[in-house]
Design a protein around this ligand. Structure first.
Ligand code: SAH
Ligand code: TMP
Length: 421
């Protein structure tokens, strides 16, 4: 669809909460944005996809969500740019998650079936297969699905849906564990997915998923968690509500450090598992933080505007002083920052990354060139903008050499400033 046609259609549309159906009020507007993972090649086409990115909040369901989202098939396809296994700490993380979940939920089960939604290159599922368990990965992006298949994993190259859940159920029966990481927040038809989960899990089965956490976004001003793929940012309040609409129960919560602050939700059929105190405690914490009040999001929008001005001021100062500034990590999150703040190659001349599918391309919208971090011909800059701030520890520890040579890093989370000054 042409951009103009898409935008016109959207302007006419009344936005409603994808969970409750209530009308949505706009609370945050991040302007004209391209696809977060829409890295482009030269020559730049006129048809790069742009849309107007703003968020709404529904007080009944507690859902913070994009007002409009591009079609899933424009984001998840045969050239999906994000490969889960590029981060060694994420590889370790998923191996640990698999161990914990298998011990906790599959211990006494002789022949368990595990389904993963959005398995990408198999970073989690490979740990299930290694245990010899029956498993299915559901992954719509063909290039990453092929990597998972090449590891010997059983993959449906498809979007997860109620129809697909019925297909899995009729061929393999009900499953004992459904796992999903950093994907539930991508799926606009969330009611359909919860309905599918309810019908696919066995009576004592569990559904565990983890996603970037709304509470962290609000507390740490990490507004770059908002981009096309993240149609929702969840909280305990909103997931508790969603579960209740589908005969499910939120039974446990765990705070997770990944992706700049995430939450892991454990869900079961109503009344089948004991409910941990963590749910009541977290809901109380969120009420105190104001996550159920619309005003909280208007205040957040003001802090986002301030962050933009501060980042622009810091980068302009560096340019006036003749400093060379690169960004570290061609992240989808940083697409939001560059396009919202108006940062192009005059302020950040290059992005470095270690993902083969991104190297040699340009960042979406503002077209900053992306180079291989390990290209020996690339001189170090004076300053790095830490776009992959969620991998701060991994990057800082692997870049000790740069730090000792006086290269500085800046961040915008939780506020704009130097990391090592
Ligand atoms: N679970 C991995 C990948 C996260 S990226 C990790 O945490 O690293 C999100 C993945 O979900 C992508 O590979 C994308 O193709 C896939 N995805 C997007 N929408 C989906 C849907 N409706 N059903 C299943 N997978 C989906
Ligand atoms: P993410 O924030 O969506 O996980 O993306 C992180 C990006 O940063 C991804 O493109 C890989 C890149 N990256 C590096 O280039 N070097 C690193 O050491 C790490 C951890 C990530």
């Amino acid at each position: 669809m042409e951009n103009r046609e898409f935008l016109n259609k959207m302007q006419l549309k009344k936005f409603t909460c994808r969970v409750s159906g209530n009308p949505l009020e706009e609370v945050v507007n991040l302007g004209r944005q391209p696809l977060g993972n829409g890295f482009v090649e030269e020559p730049f086409g006129k048809n790069e996809f742009f849309y107007s990115m703003s968020c709404g909040f529904d007080s009944q369901s507690g859902m913070f969500q994009l007002l409009q989202q591009p079609e899933p098939s424009t984001m998840f396809h045969q050239n999906y740019a994000f490969l889960s296994s590029t981060s060694t700490s994420m590889v370790r993380h998923f191996s640990n998650v698999a161990t914990t979940l298998c011990e906790r939920y599959l211990g006494g089960n002789l022949d368990p079936l595990v389904v993963e939604i959005g398995c990408n290159d198999g970073v989690f599922l490979q740990n299930i297969a290694h245990r010899g368990y029956r498993h299915i990965g559901v992954e719509p992006s063909e290039n990453v699905a092929l990597i998972a298949k090449a590891k010997g994993l059983n993959i449906y190259n498809s979007f997860f849906s109620h129809d697909l859940a019925c297909e899995i159920k009729s061929s393999l029966g009900k499953c004992d564990l459904i796992y999903a990481a950093n994907v539930m927040c991508h799926i606009p038809e969330i009611n359909d997915v919860f309905r599918a989960v309810e019908s696919l899990i066995a009576d004592d089965g569990v559904f565990v998923f983890e996603d970037p956490y709304l509470g962290d976004v609000i507390e740490r001003n990490s507004y770059d968690q908002i981009y096309d793929e993240h149609v929702f940012l969840f909280s305990a309040i909103s997931i508790d509500y969603l579960c209740k609409q589908h005969g499910l129960e939120l039974i446990n919560l765990e705070k997770v450090w990944t992706h700049g602050g995430s939450m892991r939700y454990h869900i079961a059929k109503e009344g089948r598992h004991a409910k941990s105190e963590s749910v009541t405690i977290q809901v109380k914490t969120e009420l105190k933080l104001g996550l159920a009040r619309v005003d909280t999001y208007f205040e957040f929008a003001e802090r986002v505007k301030t962050s933009r001005l501060e980042l622009l001021s810091l980068l302009s100062c560096a340019r006036e002083q003749g400093k060379v500034v690169y960004a570290y990590g061609a992240t989808s999150k940083s697409t939001t920052i560059y396009n919202y703040c108006g940062i192009d190659s005059s302020l950040i001349s290059r992005i470095v990354d270690n993902t083969p599918t991104k190297i040699g391309k340009y960042s979406p919208g503002v077209h900053i060139p992306i180079s291989d971090r390990n290209d020996p011909s690339l001189a170090a800059p004076d300053l790095y903008f830490l776009a992959a701030w969620n991998h701060r520890e991994e990057i800082m520890s692997k870049e000790k050499n740069l730090l000792s040579r006086g290269v500085k890093f800046i961040t915008h989370v939780p506020r704009v400033g130097y990391i090592n000054d």
